[in-house]
Structure formats: C-alpha cells, structure tokens
Design a protein around this ligand. Structure first.
Ligand code: SF4
Length: 360
C-alpha cells in the first residue's frame, strides 16, 4: 500500500474498500500519524470544529441477563450475589434525580432479563416518560427487541412499534460487538447473530427510530473483522441514514470471564484505540459523528481521539456500572467544565447538543 497516495485519494473523495480499512488498522510506526492527521482533516470537513456533548444520565434497570457474554463483567444470573432488578419506585427515584440534574436524555442500560416481555419494556418506558416528560429516551438494544419478540410471540416490528408508542425515542446500537458470527460464537454465543442485528436496525430506521452504531473491539477479533464490521455499518447507513453516530467501545478486560480464562487479549493498545477512531472517520464517509467513550478510554486518550477524527464527547452519564464492573477505574460523571478544558486545549469549541445532534 502506498499510504501517501491513498490518503491523498481519500481527501479527494476516494471511498476506502474493506481491504484498505483492514490494512490501515494494521499500520504501526510513524505512518500512523499521517492517518490521524488525515482523519482530523476529514472530521473538520464533515463535522466542523465543534466538540459536542449531551447532558444525559444512565439508569440501570437490572444486571440480570440471559446472555452472560464472556467480555462482560456486569451481567449476572438470577440469584447470583449482587444480582438486582429495580422496581417502579427505584426507577422513578432515579428518573426524578435525572430531571433535577436537567438532563435532556435518559439512557436505560440493562442486562437482557430472561423474564422480560414486550409488556415489561412498555411498562418501564411508561414509568420513565411519566416521570420525565419531554426528556429523550435512548434505550434497549436489538437483542432486547428480539428477546421481547420471542417472549411475547409477536414480530420484532410490532415490538418496535409498541416501544415507540410507549415513549422510545431512539434505540441503542449496542449488542453489535463485532458483526462476525465466528467472533460472536466466542465472545457472546447467546446473543443474536450479526444478520439479525442488522435486520432489527434496518427495521428501526425504516420506522424512523434512529439508532447509534457501536463496535466493541480489542478482545478476540482481528483487524479484518473490525473492517468487516465497519463495512456492514456503512452499507446500512447508505440505505437508511438512520445512524446518529458511531460509538467505538474499547474492551475493558480485567473483570471479564473471557480475559480471566485466557481467551481474550488484555484489551486494545493505545495505538489500536486511536487508529480505530481515525480509520472509522476515513472509512465511514456517510457518518457525520464519531464519539469518544471517555469512561472506557480515560480523559487523555479521549482527547487524543478527538484530535484524530472524533467530534463528540458523549455524555455526562452520571453512572456506568457496565464499564465499572468490567474493571475500568472511573466511569461516573464528567462535568462539562472538564470537557471544556480538554476541548479548549485542542483549540475547539465545546457545545451541548441534543441526542439527535441539534446544538443547544
Ligand atoms: S454485554 Fe449485555 S447482554 Fe452481554 S452479559 Fe453483559 S449485560 Fe448481558
């Protein structure tokens, strides 16, 4: 590969192939810096100088999960020590706190509870919408949609319709992990297959339910699997334009069975983290927004990512037990004044946004 020529072609509008993306993800040494610089240039062209963030709060419903994925330290079986499922009063209390904190988005994060049906999800949405009218609800994954569909014996489209009617504003693009069934059979064998993930996302987009796109990398997959994953996301976005952003999720390994059993690597290196952001910016020419997950990356790597193709600082969060239980040091609350300092040091403005990227 002649890197300088390739980067020049990208600047002039060339669309990278999946093979190009895999090759770029494998580059090491000082050539990496040319990739980062080009990705930063493309970020400026596509998204401008603004670094955005959303004032949001994560609310965990339950950590009881039927999937027990090997890369996760959060999910528990019913009856396990520390297993919980919040009831109506617990959830309303958390929502009231979120409203007090003036969040514009509530993000519901959960295990896939084996007993939850479509009615359970509707009920939760009803509790939240009543307690936080006007606040955007970003919740549930394609895996939860499929689970609700099989529990209630109705098509997934009907589950999505009912969720939307009960107050769901956008669906989480989680459960994507790596969209390759060989990798999934090792890291999350009980989760829905990659084709089904793509199908639910397409259904949601067709129904005008926007979703995020995620990639969970650094555990067991190779660069070619990451490139395949990005290619699937780009293909869907070409068809639907329904993804709001890419959320790269670096694997936090210490508290997870996959690492403890010696199957997964101890997460991505810093170079892999930053290249994933940069190559995503170059490859996903139909995405405007690329986010940094500060709870997983830490603030210093987040800043470098924002200088290498990313444009969004994610949210204030207030809680992220999923990341903490996997072994991350800090994933609680990030004050916008800290984001401001980091953005200012990059010479760029910080702006609050809505979930759907309207600047406030
Ligand atoms: S990643 Fe999600 S689905 Fe998998 S075990 Fe953890 S909570 Fe459950």
């Amino acid at each position: 590969m002649h890197l300088d020529r390739l980067l020049k072609d990208i600047r002039e509008g060339y669309r990278l192939t999946e093979e190009d993306a895999a090759a770029l993800l494998n580059i090491r040494g000082r050539e990496v810096f040319s990739i980062l610089a080009t990705a930063d240039e493309m970020r400026e062209k596509k998204a401008g100088p603004v670094i955005s963030y959303v004032r949001n709060q994560n609310i965990h419903i339950t950590n009881i999960c039927k999937n027990l994925c090997g890369f996760c330290g959060f999910g528990k079986s019913p009856g396990d020590e520390g297993a919980y499922c919040n009831d109506k009063a617990d959830i309303e209390k958390k929502v009231a706190l979120a409203v007090e904190r003036k969040v514009t988005e509530i993000c519901l994060l959960s295990g896939v509870h084996p007993d939850f049906t479509t009615e359970s999800y509707e009920e939760i949405l009803n509790w939240v919408t009543r307690a936080a009218p006007g606040v955007h609800i970003h919740a549930f994954s394609p895996d939860e949609v499929v689970h609700a569909s099989s529990m209630s014996g109705i098509p997934t489209v009907e589950v999505l319709e009912r969720m939307k009617k009960a107050g769901l504003n956008s669906l989480q693009g989680t459960a994507a992990e790596i969209l390759d069934d060989d990798v999934r059979s090792v890291i999350c064998p009980n989760k829905l297959k990659s084709g089904m993930w793509a199908e639910i996302i397409r259904e949601a987009h067709t129904m005008k339910i926007p979703t995020t796109a995620t990639i969970m990398y650094g555990s067991y997959e190779h660069a070619r699997d990451r490139a395949r994953h990005l290619s699937i996301l780009r293909e869907i976005q070409d068809e639907t334009q329904g993804f709001t952003e890419l959320v790269p999720l670096t694997y936090i390994h210490t508290g997870t069975p996959l690492y403890q059993q010696g199957i997964a690597r101890p997460g991505a290196t810093g170079m892999e983290d930053i290249l994933l952001v940069a190559v995503s910016r170059l490859f996903l020419d139909n995405f405007k927004n690329i986010q940094v997950s500060w709870g997983k990356l830490g603030l210093k790597m987040s800043q470098l990512s924002l200088a290498s193709g990313a444009n969004d600082f994610a949210g204030t969060m207030f809680a992220d037990d999923v990341t903490k239980d996997a072994g991350a040091e800090s994933a609680e609350y990030l004050d916008p004044s800290v984001m401001e300092r980091i953005a200012g040091d990059l010479g760029r403005p910080l702006r609050q946004r809505t979930t759907l990227y309207n600047l406030l």
